[in-house]
Design a protein around this ligand. Sequence first.
Ligand SMILES: N[C@@H](CCC[C@H](N)C(=O)O)C(=O)O
Length: 283
Amino acid sequence: MRIDFWKMHGIGNDFIMLDDRDKTIAGYIDYSDLAVRLCHRRFGIGADGIILARHSDTHDIRFIIINSDGSEPEMCGNGMRCFAKYLYENNILVKDEIKVQTLAGTVVPRIEKKQSGQVVSVCVDMGVPRLVPQQIPFVHDRDMALGVPIETAQGTMLVSCVSMGNPHAVIFVNDLSLVDIETIGPMVENHPRFPEKTNVEFIEVVSDRQLKMRVWERGAGITLACGTGACAAVTAAHLTGRAGRQVRVNLDGGDLDISWNESSGHIFKTGPAQTVFKGTFDI
Ligand SMILES: N[C@@H](CCC[C@H](N)C(=O)O)C(=O)O
């Protein structure tokens, strides 16, 4: 069977977009197996995840994201902007604002800017961030993999835990360029404190309106950007007095503008969505 796909990205966080409203793909292959196969950067198309459009009884559409390792997260912020553009330009939902069913609840992307009928940027109402009230002191060391917390030269980290539907561990650092993300990222991701595993964001505060961020994503490793992670970072930065409510987050793949509304508690994320190429594959 031949399947059409779009390869898209939101500031370098890349996805393979699929239309499975009629469940044809689900009838043929497990989504998890499909993600592992398609996301492989040498043997597949290459991506951080696959995103599928499915019919919803309660919303305009249902959003499914599968990480490149085959795990299914609750939400994906960069993927949601790509999703809105994909639905609009494929004439699946030609509306400026849609209500999307996700495992993290209702998410509302609104098309911000169009050029010659093509969607350029999208603002997503990401809902209300949920907090784990206290910061968790987290001692890190290579031996943590064995469950033995030992103080090392790297010291003790404070991890702020924020849920955007999916879990985030936000770590503030003085100098982002000195962080060994490939070592610390998977240690925190897989630490027993996080039974569902976690995404890990490393944040350097530039000013109360600007954060620099690098990310280790659950189920995908280092990516160029994470939209839910940027919202979690601004939430943690604001609540710890490091930033205001309107913050630009500089990520490896580009910038996101995050705005946390005081009265509604909702957090909004604005950024671009781009198509890389379109194609077909056989399953
Ligand atoms: N990159 C995404 C988040 C994708 C899901 C994440 N890896 C998880 O497992 O929670 C984003 O832009 O939010």
